[in-house]
Structure formats: structure tokens, C-alpha cells
Design a protein around this ligand. Structure first.
Ligand SMILES: [Mn+2]
Length: 328
């Protein structure tokens, strides 16, 4: 149940009243609303505190539902905005490998039309023997690339203990597929004070993904961008199966911006552009895509990172598709 109230004071009073009745309640200030939240399907009658609206949702996720907040939520990253009706493109290498590599990539993707720079400094790798990322040196290189280009920086946070360090350098925190249900991490993100790009786990349902976003919002951070990046299915032709239906569904059922990552489901750079166009056609607000100055020599995900030339082609086609479908 969601209660919209007029002020922080009314919110506190209502939370107190609910808790006195044995009903767990959270008070949050999100998207310009004072909201008190209880678990779904709780029946409350005869409240003393004045409420502007009491909203019963049909879904387990409540705050992120579009059922009560019809207008889409824009999310600011650095000086830019991810929002409905305009493509937001985050581009950069899978991993930061050197300052030279990240600055070179940042310059190119900015000139080609990217809105933000991505690059991993802490890499979740399947094998413990492969490149694990440069750590803080990688974060410093990202900050250098931001200085050079003005592009805001998006990078993955894996370990909750690294949050203060990553926050020092990043404009937005990416939560990887493997961390999507790290609930203690999700709760901490509520107090991060910076936007979160929440990737869907490759073994997770859409509802689990939206409930992960609900965790972050319920703990105080409404700046969440959902990212579909492919799931595991019986089919092994491409690396993962891009779930375009999940994008259309998330756009309809939540008010949060939705991006798609065409690189990880493709696993092969020849398929990245077609998947990117499908992501946009399905209604996503933008892309998170891997680009490398010399992909064959990349230290991670070599096969799927786009060349500079391919990225230029992608941006052109992506903007054309967006224009045809929604005029922007
Ligand atoms: Mn990667």
C-alpha cells in the first residue's frame, strides 16, 4: 500500500501510527512525493493522519509501478538526463585497461554522439584467473577521461565495501547482472546519493528485476535506470537471449527509464547492431554498449566490443530508428 502525504511531518506521523498497529512502514521522499509504504495488500482503515491518496497496487513492486505514477521518471547522470522520448547512449570498453585506452575511447564516442562513458574498473569475471580490472587506478583513468571529454562516467560497483571509493569517481553506479539480487548491496544503494543502472540478472524473471529496483527505491534512492542485458535460455547460438519483451513490459509497468545492452547477449560484434536496433524498437530509452579502440586485443569480452567505425554506424542507425518510431 502507498500513502501519499503532504509533508515529511505527516509522513512521520503516519509511519508511527501504522507501526503502532503492527504494520511495517517506510517513509520515503521520491520523485517529488512524500510517500509512506507498507507491504502490499495491507488493509488499513480509520487513519488519524490526513493522507492525500491511499493507493493499492496489484503488483508486489509498488514504488516503481506506473500504476500510480503515470508520468515517466527522468534520471540525471552528471549533467545529462536519461528520459523518455530521447535516446541516451552509454558507450565504452568492457574494462578500463589503461588511461590511454579509456581517454581515446571517450573522445571517439563523445564525437560520435554518446551521452556517457562506461568502463569497468572492478570486473566480475567467471574465472578467477582472468583479468579482474584495474581497481582504483581504473577509476582514476575514468575520471581523467571525464575531464578530457565532459562525458559523465558509469562504472560497476561489485563489493558493497567499495561503495565510498567508487562514489568518489563515478557519476552513476552500474550494478551487474551477477549482483542484481545482492540485497545488502541494493539496500546500501538507497543511500548512495547517485543514480543506479540496474542490470537484470541473466537467471532472473522480470518481476525479480523490478523488485530489485523496488529495494533501491524503498531504501531512499529513486534514481534507478533498468538495463536488460539478455538471459540464459536453452539456446546457445548467441551468448545470451536478449529479452526484448522484457523491455516493452518494463516500459509499460514501471515509470523508470529502461536501457538495453546489446553487447552481452550478442557476444559477437556482428550481432550488436541488429540487437541494438531491436532494443530501440521495443521502446527502450537508450543503450549501454561496449566499444574498444582495438577489440581483438581487449582483455575482456574481446569478441563483442564494437570497433569505432561500427559504433559510428550504430549511433546513426539507432537515431534513425528512434526518429521513425517516436520522432526523437
Ligand atoms: Mn563486458
Amino acid at each position: 500500500m502507498l500513502f501519499i502525504v503532504d509533508s515529511r511531518e505527516h509522513g512521520e506521523a503516519l509511519r508511527g501510527e501504522l507501526e503502532a498497529r503492527g504494520i511495517p512502514a517506510w517513509r520515503v521522499e521520491l520523485w517529488g512525493h512524500h510517500v509512506v509504504v507498507t507491504p502490499p495488500r495491507v488493509r488499513v482503515e480509520g487513519l488519524r493522519v490526513p493522507v492525500r491518496a491511499a493507493i493499492e497496487l496489484r503488483t508486489e513492486y509498488q514504488l516503481v509501478s506506473r500504476e500510480w505514477k503515470r508520468e515517466p521518471t527522468p534520471v540525471r547522470i552528471g549533467g545529462r538526463e536519461v528520459r523518455e522520448g530521447r535516446l541516451f547512449i552509454v558507450a565504452g570498453p568492457c574494462a578500463v585497461e589503461s588511461e590511454e585506452q579509456i581517454v581515446k575511447t571517450a573522445r571517439f564516442v563523445r564525437d560520435a554522439g554518446a551521452d556517457a562513458l562506461r568502463g569497468g574498473a572492478f570486473k566480475p569475471r567467471t574465472s578467477p584467473y582472468t583479468f579482474q580490472g584495474l581497481g582504483e587506478a581504473g577509476l582514476r583513468a575514468l575520471a581523467r577521461a571525464r575531464e578530457e571529454t565532459g562525458l559523465p562516467v558509469v562504472t560497476e560497483l561489485m563489493d558493497p565495501e567499495d561503495m565510498p571509493l567508487v562514489l568518489k569517481y563515478a557519476d552513476a553506479l552500474q550494478i551487474g547482472a551477477r549482483s542484481m539480487q545482492n540485497f545488502s548491496l541494493l539496500k546500501k544503494l538507497g543511500r548512495a546519493g547517485k543514480p543506479v543502472l540496474l542490470k537484470r540478472g541473466f537467471g532472473n524473471t522480470v518481476e525479480e528485476w523490478l523488485l530489485a529496483a523496488e529495494y533501491v527505491a524503498l531504501h531512499g534512492n529513486g534514481d534507478v535506470v533498468l538495463v536488460e542485458r539478455g538471459i540464459r535460455t536453452f539456446d546457445k547460438t548467441l551468448r545470451f537471449t536478449l529479452d526484448v519483451g522484457a523491455i516493452a513490459y518494463a516500459k509499460r509497468h514501471t515509470h523508470l527509464p529502461v536501457l538495453g545492452d546489446p553487447s552481452h547477449p550478442a557476444g559477437d560484434r556482428r550481432y550488436v547492431i541488429p540487437l541494438a536496433l531491436a532494443i530501440i524498437a521495443a521502446g527502450a530509452d537508450g543503450l549501454l554498449v561496449e566499444v574498444h579502440p582495438d577489440p581483438d586485443k581487449a582483455l575482456s569480452d574481446a569478441g563483442q566490443q564494437l570497433t569505432f567505425e561500427q559504433f559510428r554506424e550504430l549511433v546513426q542507425k539507432a537515431r534513425e530508428i528512434a526518429r521513425v518510431l517516436r520522432g526523437g
